[in-house]
Write a protein that binds this ligand. Structure first.
Ligand SMILES: NC(=O)c1ccc[n+]([C@@H]2O[C@H](COP(=O)([O-])OP(=O)(O)OC[C@H]3O[C@@H](n4cnc5c(N)ncnc54)[C@H](OP(=O)(O)O)[C@@H]3O)[C@@H](O)[C@H]2O)c1
Length: 238
């Protein structure tokens, strides 16, 4: 049995991944208390409420893991938020609202800082256990230039290049790390973040369960095989 911490486990890909890995020892993390409690209850899993963009919360998570989940061997980073809008569109009220500087900062704090911070806070435990795996749910936006969502694009490139920069160091300490980079996924991600995609566009998405299966594929690889990054998309989204 493996000891797996999943962020963003209250909904979407994180929740679907938790369901697929229900036979492992799980520590589920999210900032949405209600959703998280429901998911944890349904899977008889441990949970910890934490906003990965908040340093105090992260310090508490680190202490909790060291005391109560010290056999941690796998971190799956799913927590993420969304915004879109080209700079030239910001004269439109909707785009101006969802790209307020405070919202841009919040997005970078979750998608880039949050991913880096969870890894930085919890890697001492992985290193102590002398074996580990980290899987970041990145995005098509982490590997391509997407002009319609420059802030999100930058946030995902940030964590993608952070992963590349730590890959060798971690490998030398028997810890492997993968960016799973999905295209569109049919979750509440867009609605939750004040965007609404048309039904026609949403039809081109993967389900959260399909992305979770990709994560499990990476998770199930023999430890000596490492997959630095993997892209996954619905065939019609090409
Ligand atoms: N959906 C897509 O089309 C798509 C495509 C490619 C990649 N991705 C990436 O896939 C990952 C999962 O997305 P999803 O579609 O499953 O999203 P989702 O359905 O919105 O689920 C994300 C979960 O993470 C939580 N969360 C957000 N920010 C957090 C924070 N700072 N600290 C702790 N929890 C936080 C959310 O809670 P709140 O309700 O509080 O926000 C929510 O429960 C994200 O990293 C996203 O960037 C998504």
């Amino acid at each position: 049995m493996r000891y797996v911490l999943i962020t963003g486990a209250g909904d979407g890909v994180g929740k679907a991944t938790a369901k697929l890995l229900k036979n492992e020892k799980l520590l589920l993390v999210d900032r949405d208390e209600n959703n998280l409690k429901n998911v944890a209850k349904s899977l008889h899993a441990e949970y910890f409420i934490c906003d990965v963009s908040n340093i105090e919360n992260l310090d508490k998570l680190k202490s909790y893991v060291e005391t109560n989940f010290s056999k941690l061997d796998t971190i799956i980073n799913c927590a993420g938020v969304w915004t879109k809008g080209e700079l030239s569109q910001l004269s439109e009220a909707h785009f101006a609202e969802i790209n307020k500087l405070s919202k841009i900062k919040d997005l970078l704090d979750t998608n880039t800082f949050g991913t880096i911070a969870v890894i930085t806070s919890l890697s001492p435990t992985l290193l102590k256990n002398s074996k580990g795996q980290i899987i970041n749910v990145n995005s098509q936006s982490g590997v391509e230039t997407e002009e319609f969502c420059p802030v999100y694009n930058a946030s995902k490139h940030g964590s993608y290049y952070y992963r590349k920069a730590i890959q060798r160091d971690l490998a030398q300490h028997n810890i492997k790390i993968t960016d799973v980079c999905p295209g569109l996924i049919k979750t509440n991600f867009y609605i939750r973040n004040n965007d609404e995609l048309s039904e026609d566009i949403m039809k081109l998405g993967l389900t959260a369960e399909e992305v979770a299966k990709t994560i499990k594929y990476v998770f199930d690889m023999p430890h000596e095989i490492t997959i630095p990054s993997i892209e996954v998309r619905h065939i019609k989204n090409y």
